[in-house]
Design a protein around this ligand. Structure first.
Ligand code: ADP
Length: 264
């Protein structure tokens, strides 16, 4: 059994008796730690690009005439890529907080998943222009109840991770298909895969398998946290199957009560 933390108070009860009150504060401590870690992570993620930008600004400011011997072009490029990174992080934080704080009725609107996936397919072609993966889509006609932006954000994060982490020329398969009475959305790739010990922590905020290697690629480590929260709101479960060196499959099971039965 897990260790617990107790807060103990002793109070006088009678002339020679005391009352000992023990309160289990394990959960409170855990939440406190999560909050502190979160703030520390956000600060760290924002400080790194800011430090780079500041460094370049100092060089440029100290040498305004010569423009640092041709450094200007590199400085502008680097500063703009670092500010992109910060903007991306802030946007992801906002979207996470929106998902956590807004109440929605997921049965209020119908999401045309096939249409959403066709749009995703168009976007993927642009994202994929450098990597030249072979990306295939299998799209069943079913629609579902839900929040369109959140579902799009979940599905597109899974696809962009596959594109991002799979080395050029990979194979990626996106599918939306019926499994019995339920539907399943899945993205499979033949990329590097993820070792089993990382899998349980993958959807934690800021968790990355290889921090140093991935941080250079501009990821924030928030993508899968957003996916998980958006899906939880839809009572959908994310499962991850992965094998190192052969690839990963992220799949989302949609319960039957969310599927629009009347397809006219
Ligand atoms: P990031 O912004 O770093 O991509 P995510 O939360 O989206 O953050 O993903 C967390 C980590 O999971 C990534 O840093 C990466 O190590 C791993 N990961 C996610 N998707 C894949 C994939 N398709 N193949 C291999 N590793 C992946």
């Amino acid at each position: 059994r897990e260790e617990i933390e107790l807060e103990v108070r002793i109070m006088p009860y009678s002339a020679d008796q005391y009352l000992l009150i023990a309160r289990d504060i394990t959960q409170i401590r855990k939440l406190e730690k999560m909050r502190k870690d979160f703030v520390a992570n956000v600060s760290h993620e924002l400080r790194t690009p800011l430090t780079v930008i500041q460094g370049y600004l100092e060089i440029l400011a100290s040498d305004p005439e010569n423009i640092a011997g041709g450094l200007q072009e590199k400085a502008v490029k680097e500063m703009s890529s670092q500010s992109d990174r910060m903007r991306n992080l802030v946007e992801q934080l906002l979207s996470l907080s929106r998902i956590e704080s807004q109440r929605i009725d997921i049965f209020e609107k119908v999401v045309d998943v096939p249409e959403l996936l066709h749009r995703l397919q168009n976007d993927a072609e642009q994202l994929n222009s450098e990597k030249r993966h072979n990306i295939t889509f299998e799209i069943a006609p079913q629609k579902m109840y839900g929040h369109e932006n959140e579902l799009r954000s979940a599905f597109s994060n899974l696809l962009s991770n596959a594109i991002h982490y799979t080395p050029a020329g990979g194979r990626i398969k996106v599918s939306w298909r019926a499994v019995g009475q339920q539907m399943e959305f899945s993205v499979s790739d033949n990329g590097p895969g993820i070792a089993a010990d990382h899998l349980p922590r993958l959807t934690e905020r800021f968790y990355r398998v290889d921090r140093d290697r991935n941080s250079r690629k501009g990821g924030s480590g928030l993508g899968l946290a957003i996916v998980k929260h958006a899906l939880e709101r839809h009572h959908c479960k994310l499962s991850i199957r992965s094998e190192v060196d052969s690839g990963s499959t992220f799949s989302v099971r949609v319960p039957d009560n969310l599927i629009v039965q009347d397809q006219h």
